[in-house]
Design a binder for this molecule. Structure first.
Ligand code: UDP
Length: 151
């Protein structure tokens, strides 16, 4: 089963949006594999956003992502990257469609409530940056129990 790394950023945690965000992914039929509140270190943040290190917003991005607790999660499901990025909405909340998390709950690019991995390879790297193997739940069946049944 494909999996991805999703994270409610400090603004989303502080505004009390954890429950609403989780509800969207659960209702879609995805499966929560791991979740925890984390105070991201500067080193973790720099590794997580390494691809943006030369961008003008890098410093502000690290400051924002380490400014308070984030809620790190692993979710599994079919076409998980495409599905979760569609639910998150466009990076710039002004362009994000209503009905998406960013479209409904954010206004500024730099403070946009949620992170979602952009491909399966990034997801594995990001999961390793935030979780140990022991922290992951091991389910016998996928979110839809019918999918796992053989009879
Ligand atoms: N970001 C920003 N200014 C920009 C572009 C991005 O502050 O002009 C921040 C924003 O929080 C975004 C993160 O950097 O979520 C990572 O950018 P990316 O392009 O990877 O977007 P995402 O995959 O998060 O939609």
């Amino acid at each position: 089963m494909e999996r991805t790394f999703l994270m409610i950023k400090p603004d989303g945690v502080q505004r009390g949006l954890i429950g609403k965000v989780i509800q969207r992914f659960e209702e879609k039929g995805l499966q929560l594999v791991a979740a925890k509140l984390v105070q991201i270190t500067m080193a973790q943040a720099a590794a997580h956003y390494e691809e943006h290190r030369d961008k003008p917003f890098f410093g502000e991005l690290l400051e924002y992502i380490t400014s308070g607790p984030s809620f790190a999660m692993i979710w599994a499901g079919e076409e998980i990257i495409q599905v979760t990025r569609a639910i998150n909405g466009k990076t710039n909340p002004v362009e994000a469609a209503p009905g998406t998390i960013r479209g409904d709950y954010a206004l500024r690019k730099g403070v946009n409530v949620i992170h979602g991995s952009d491909c399966l390879e990034s997801a594995e790297k990001e999961i390793a940056n935030f979780f140990t193997h022991e922290e992951l739940a091991c389910f016998l069946y996928p979110a839809d129990p019918k999918e796992g049944m053989t009879t």
